[in-house]
Write a protein that binds this ligand. Structure first.
Ligand SMILES: Nc1ncnc2c1ncn2[C@@H]1O[C@H](COP(=O)(O)OP(=O)(O)OP(=O)(O)O)[C@@H](O)[C@H]1O
Length: 808
């Protein structure tokens, strides 16, 4: 704590700043609402103020000028409105807790120091000359996160500023009241952090700006790396750092970077809701959020049905090991690999010479253009031309062919039949529509004056069609109608061709999964993976039903893009991948191609790699390092775990090979408790009672974690059946994260946290495969304050092998 005198001074300063904030808010109030009214008013009266006159060239110019002027006025007001509004919002956000930190820094060679107060945004005094509060993202504020009193330095655009930090102080201010003040001698005193971590879990993630740790600050402020990889232990603040990094990037690149140029790939839709309030709390707009599955579904469905990654996970967890199971696992691993990516690239080269597959273009149950014809046309192009460019050439050729066929089709018998069924209104309507179109095309523009063809002159309209005049009117009319009828029927054909649906993408992918020799020949590989015949059989079986296994979805899309041309998003400048260990090297290569102008931040924990196709993040030769090369890649490790109590971290890290390096934050709360009961019924009853007790202790965010969805459903019914109230069953479809008691499969609990976690069944019957260790670890590390495990029968070996002093 600080001296009485210091406290008094701080109190006075807080009052002063609060007064100033209040004054400025009050000052801006009428201006902000006035501006809002003005903008609405201008919008409403936009056309009143504009004199529209196009009779002469001069009048036209006058009109144009007046529109431009109104527009300029409106956007100026809007700009100023937005800016004022933002200032006003920032000040309102500051008011309850204007700052959380202070540093006194003496720059080398310049005597004296001014206190630098740090808050969630900047605030200047009335004259606009002195900072009363510095935004936490300003260069000088980084001193607060990176140093303790003593020699210190911070980076500015102009270079490194060195000096001495004389004081570092933390504040806890609530509702404008000074509650606590701490002076710290170490890098960020633990007091504030202790208080922040001691609280309960929330339905929404909180911002951590007041207590960002040095190594987290390095992640937040990194603006050099093309690829930033963060390998961090469970609860080490990866997601938190990612979100504050977004806020930092938006601040640093204000005017150049907008929130919609940043994309975050989340592990599941519920996670989106969990993190959605952090950025608005910091006065920034949310970035775009999506899941990889959403992206795949967007491009592949409805033509192909894509398996959900969680269904894949359920298969892996629940299926009995047999040949089929082993082959699927092997297939998942192979299809996730860089080797398969290269195989597809070589396959595309092979397709340049042979093997392309197309769909016939069919019309009324007959082939208009056969796949065979397309193929020979395709291979008649210069072999030096790239595959996707040749496909584009073929598309143009097909459109020309279709135009010829469409003309021929006008004389077909079915057209006559169709004409017979047009009623006279349709006749008239169709005719008028056509005539109008012709007349529109005919419209003559003479700068501002538009001369229209006389709409009543039907004969002239027909003449302008370019049809021969030898028909009498009825014949000409019929001709027009034939044209219209056929054109309408050909429309979907043309659309399909433009969308390249004539390429048999599924056939091309299926073709890969045949005989091993063929696979090697087509892809130039020296060998196919083990169990290839069974892998092929499984893949084809799905494809035949227009379905894609999850592991096939990205390679399928990739191959389609090799053939049809790649989609690229050049707007996006930053891609964030959370739970990055769960993406395959293949998916990363795909993301790199999709966002060619973006920097990538990948955050993950290999200790929580629960998918078969996971990517190593912590190894120097990780495929991620190869993606942009070592020079453009930075790897940061976070080993301190903030989420769970010391006892929980000690328990969970002991079950993880290599977990020794994880450092718990000093916060205590009782050892994890292991409860073994004689039957499933007893277990359920005990869990019901424990939930009630924990609730009485004040924990209001709890989770009963199961292994699979099926088990979650069963537990939910069982617990509800014995009087457990207020349970919420979480499935992959759940969109929002709420407080209360969740019954949730472990793989969906990724990224989120609870006050108390109860592992419903930690027996060896449920968790025994080595591959399930990380899933079990992930489940246990969701607990902040209490962890309880239940079993009937033997404990899972992951627990059974632990030192008994780690639990009670
Ligand atoms: N510097 C910090 N100050 C305060 N709280 C922090 C800090 N860093 C992390 N936390 C808290 O620790 C908890 C875990 O953080 P977060 O979810 O970001 O970790 P993570 O590494 O993404 O975890 P996981 O990989 O296990 O999902 C959160 O409650 C977060 O608020």
């Amino acid at each position: 704590m600080i001296s009485e005198n210091d406290w008094k001074q701080e109190q006075e300063r807080l009052e002063l700043v609060t007064e100033q904030l209040k004054d400025r808010i009050a000052e801006l109030e009428p201006e902000v609402s006035g501006l809002r009214n003005q903008v609405t008013d201008i919008r409403k009266r936009f056309w009143e103020e504009v004199t529209v006159n196009t009779s002469t060239q001069e009048d036209f110019e006058e009109t144009l000028y007046s529109i431009q002027q109104q527009e300029a006025l409106l956007s100026e007001r809007e700009r100023s409105h937005r800016k004022r509004m933002q200032q006003w919002n920032n000040m309102k956000r500051l008011l309850p807790s204007p700052y959380f930190g202070r540093i006194d820094f003496e720059e080398a060679g310049i005597g004296g120091s001014e206190p630098v107060y740090i808050g969630v945004s900047s605030f200047l005094d009335e004259e606009g000359l002195q900072f009363l509060i510095y935004d936490w993202r300003t260069p000088i504020a980084s001193l607060y996160y990176d140093h303790s009193p003593g020699p210190a330095a911070y980076q500015t655009p102009g270079g490194l500023v060195e000096g001495t930090m004389l004081l570092k102080r933390q504040y806890q201010i609530r509702d404008g009241q000074l509650r606590h003040v701490f002076d710290t001698s170490e890098t960020i005193g633990d007091e504030l952090l202790q208080q922040a971590l001691g609280g309960g879990a929330d339905a929404q993630m909180k911002s951590i700006v007041a207590t960002i740790q040095k190594e987290q600050n390095a992640i937040i402020r990194d603006d050099k790396s093309r690829m930033l990889i963060v390998q961090g232990a469970a609860g080490s603040g990866k997601t938190s750092a990612a979100l504050q990094r977004v806020a930092y990037l938006l601040y640093k690149n204000r005017g150049r970077l907008t929130a919609d140029q940043i994309v975050l790939f989340s592990p599941n839709p519920m996670f989106n809701s969990y993190v959605s309030t952090v950025l608005p709390e910091l006065g920034e707009e949310n970035m775009q959020q999506t899941t990889f599955q959403e992206y795949l579904a967007y491009w592949l469905e409805p033509e192909m049905r894509v398996e959900n990654p969680f269904d894949q996970m359920e298969y892996v967890l629940a299926a009995e090991p047999a040949k089929e199971y082993e082959a699927r696992l092997q297939g998942i691993r192979y299809k996730a690999s860089e080797a398969f990516l290269e195989a597809l690239q070589s396959y595309a080269d092979w397709l340049c010479k042979e093997g392309m597959r197309f769909h016939d273009i069919r019309f009324m149950n007959r082939s208009l253009i056969t796949a065979e014809r397309m193929k020979s046309q395709f291979y008649s192009y210069d072999p030096a031309i790239r595959l996707d460019n040749r496909v584009a050439m073929l598309r143009d050729w097909l459109l020309r062919e279709l135009a010829v066929l469409e003309r021929k089709e006008r004389q077909a018998a079915w057209v006559q039949d169709e004409l017979d069924y047009l009623d006279s209104d349709q006749y008239q309507e169709a005719y008028n529509a056509l005539l109008k179109k012709v007349q529109r095309e005919e419209a003559v523009f003479d700068d501002v004056t538009r001369l229209y063809v006389d709409a009543s002159d039907r004969n002239r309209g027909v003449k302008e069609l370019g049809e021969e005049n030898m028909y009498d009117f009825a014949e000409q009319e019929e001709d027009i109608l034939r044209r219209m009828v056929v054109k309408e029927r050909f429309r979907p054909l043309r659309r399909d061709v433009k969308e390249l649906r004539f390429v048999d993408a599924a056939g091309l992918y299926t073709q890969l999964f045949g005989e091993e020799d063929d696979y090697r020949r087509m892809t130039g590989r020296s060998e196919a993976p083990e169990l290839w015949p069974e892998i092929s059989r499984q893949t084809r079986e799905k494809l035949d039903r227009q379905e894609l296994l999850y592991e096939d979805a990205t390679p399928f899309l990739y191959l389609r893009e090799l053939v049809e041309g790649a989609r690229r998003n050049t707007d996006v400048r930053h891609v964030f991948v959370d739970e990055g260990q769960d993406y395959s090297p293949f998916q990363y290569a795909f993301l790199k191609r999709l966002f060619p102008r973006a920097r990538m931040t990948v955050l993950g924990d290999f200790g929580q790699a629960i998918f078969v196709q996971s990517t190593h993040l912590h190894m120097e030769d990780s495929p991620l390092v190869r993606l942009y090369g070592e020079d453009e890649t930075r790897l940061i490790r976070l080993v301190r775990s903030y989420r769970s109590t010391q006892e929980i971290v000690a328990f969970t890290k002991a079950m993880l090979p290599g977990g020794e390096g994880i450092v718990p934050f000093e916060r205590y709360g009782g050892k994890p408790r292991l409860v073994r009961l004689g039957s499933g019924e007893e277990r359920a009853a005990r869990i019901r009672d424990d939930l009630a007790m924990l609730k009485a202790e004040g924990f209001d965010s709890m989770a009963v974690i199961t292994k699979t969805t099926a088990e979650s459903r069963e537990v939910f019914d069982r617990l509800t059946g014995i009087g457990c109230e207020g349970l919420r069953l979480i499935t992959k479809e759940t969109l929002t994260f709420e407080k209360g008691i969740a019954v949730i499969p472990a793989y969906l609990a990724k990224g989120v946290e609870f006050d108390a976690v109860l592992i419903y069944d930690a027996s060896s019957q449920t968790y025994h495969r080595e591959s399930e260790r990380k899933l079990f670890y992930t489940a246990c590390t969701r607990a902040m304050h209490r962890l309880r495990l239940y079993a009937t029968g033997e404990w899972t070996p992951f627990v059974g092998s632990l030192d008994p002093s780690l639990y009670e």
